[in-house]
Design a protein around this ligand. Structure first.
Ligand code: GUN
Ligand code: ZN
Length: 432
């Protein structure tokens, strides 16, 4: 097997810079990332590393910043066709746009076609791992995992469980959702780089019996994830209070069926109480911050400071198609503005951490991906300082790494992503 050393400017994280300051990140202006059999063998200053790897083929990356692959902790692949749908907020948006689009996934050929489009779009945007909603149809997940395996991607997906308050053709039953989910777990979980997430859509579209069976799936299948939505929209929260009058709050609905744990990810969490934040923290559960979606469908502003104060792990989500961009760079841009509106500065180091190692931690995948420590799977990307004339012009005025990084993140999008490597193999080639 050949050994390859990628040489260039590189940045990665060992920890959360919000907690560990400058000890949390490593920056090499002239770095070397050595890849052997798809994994990181070494990462450091090129002049120190390369003499120890004389057999390595060296590939240079000028005018780029090399960083770990980006992690999207919440996205819906069946919603590719409804990105940028006009004029509604969550509950109307689901009825008018989302459910009709998801109904088309009863056809395997459609699911195959959209899976390929979705994964190619993720890669074009530098996203190498995601936690993904399928549709209610089990075969939507078969199609997705087949396409992800063909690209050798580390992906987590699950079939939506939804047995009420949705069109009849999109509803399963507690029993069929349980059996279909278990069959998908048996077929796909732990196969290569794939993992399964038990995926009740959100409390309003599941009966108590279905949520209880979701808890049973988690209990009987060690290592699977739990993926759902929480407290995204005010009307949604009021509806949950009506549907589950015995529960003290929204999170209590999920808590009573043991859906909270280290591998649970709750999308949004815009309208959570102190009690709910404290419980998320105590259970080591994770939250996806989805700023493009929260702005696009008018849901609210995510309180990152609350999550931080409670020590709740956060990752970024694009939430396609509630969100209007596949790009985690665009997501970082909107996240910055959402924090600005709350007098909070989201630093460039923190946001790149959240999009890489932070996302990997929120998915409990940090043993495998998220940074360049030896042994990690070698998923990485290059970001081009000269991707657009404006970026090139503005970068030329920057004096420090942090200035350069902030400009790159704020002005970056899919054009900024040069190459994408999956376990050391190049998937996207830089055209410029
Ligand atoms: N809540 C329940 N379903 C959905 C969905 O598909 N997208 C978003 N953003 N929120 C939801
Ligand atoms: Zn969502």
């Amino acid at each position: 097997m050949s050994i390859v050393a990628h040489r260039g400017e590189m940045l990665h994280f060992l920890d959360d810079p919000a907690q560990h300051g400058d000890a949390a990140w490593q920056y090499f202006p002239d770095g070397a990332l050595v890849i052997e059999q798809g994994h990181v063998a070494a990462c450091g200053d090129a002049r120190a590393v390369l003499p120890q790897w004389r057999a390595a083929e060296v590939i240079a990356h000028p005018d780029c910043l090399l960083v770990p692959g980006l992690v999207d902790t919440h996205v819906h692949y069946p919603q590719c066709e409804i990105i940028a749908a006009y004029g509604t907020q969550l509950l109307d948006w689901l009825q008018r746009y989302t459910f009709p689009a998801e109904a088309r996934f009863h056809e395997r050929a459609h699911a195959d076609r959209i899976s390929a489009i979705f994964l190619d779009e993720l890669l074009r945007n530098g996203t190498t791992t995601a936690l993904v909603f399928g549709s209610v149809h089990a075969q939507s997940v078969d199609a997705f995992f087949t396409a992800a395996a063909a690209r050798n991607l580390r992906m987590i997906c699950g079939k939506v469980m939804m047995d009420r308050n949705a069109p009849a053709q999109l509803c399963d039953t507690p029993q069929t959702s349980f059996a279909d989910s278990q069959a998908l777990i048996d077929r796909w979980h732990g196969k290569g780089r794939l993992g399964y997430a038990v995926t009740p859509r959100f409390a309003p579209t599941s009966s108590d019996q279905q949520l209880q069976l979701a808890g049973q799936l988690l209990a009987q299948n060690a290592g699977v994830h739990l993926h759902t939505h929480i407290a995204e929209n005010i009307q949604e929260c009021e509806w949950v209070a009506e549907l589950f009058p015995a529960c003290a709050d929204y999170l209590a609905v999920y808590e009573q069926y043991q859906l909270l744990g280290r591998r649970s990810l709750f999308a949004h969490g815009l309208h959570l109480s102190e009690r709910e934040w404290a419980r998320l923290s105590a259970c080591e559960a994770n939250v996806a911050f989805c700023p493009t979606s929260n702005l696009f469908i008018g849901s609210g502003l995510f309180a990152l400071q609350k999550a931080d104060a409670h020590g709740v792990r956060v990752g970024f989500g694009t939430d396609i198609g509630g969100g209007d961009s596949f790009s985690l760079l665009r997501t970082i841009n909107e996240a910055y503005k959402v924090q600005q509106l709350q007098q909070n500065n989201l630093s460039p180091l923190r946001s790149l951490y959240l999009a890489t190692l932070g996302g990997a931690r929120a998915l409990d995948l940090h043993q495998s991906i998220g940074n360049f420590t030896p042994g990690k799977e070698a998923d990485f990307i290059t970001l081009k300082y000269r991707a657009t004339p404006l970026l090139e012009f503005r970068i030329a005025t920057c004096k420090t790494l942090l200035e350069k990084l902030f400009v790159l993140l704020m002005l970056g999008d899919d054009r900024t992503v040069g190459g994408v490597w999956i376990m050391g193999k190049q998937m996207k080639t830089d055209a410029r």
